[in-house]
Design a protein around this ligand. Structure first.
Ligand code: ZN
Length: 67
């Protein structure tokens, strides 16, 4: 029984990690305007908007509003 609980906890951990990665990917695809890279690049991240430009066509294909 104790091993079974440990397996459930591991699965729960992976499920939570997968949901978090999916939400991060959804944010990067649909909503990022420089926020994700701003801790690394600072204000330059908002000016260059690298992630937005990288996923720009996919953003339009997924029907997220852009410009
Ligand atoms: Zn656009």
């Amino acid at each position: 029984m104790r091993v079974r609980v440990a397996v459930l906890r591991r699965e729960t951990w992976w499920m939570g990690l997968s949901v978090a990665a999916g939400m991060l990917g959804l944010f990067a695809l649909g909503f990022d305007q420089g926020q994700l890279l701003s801790p690394v690049l600072g204000d330059v991240s908002y000016q260059l908007n690298v992630l937005h430009e990288l996923v720009h066509d996919a953003r339009h294909a997924a029907a997220f509003p852009c410009h």
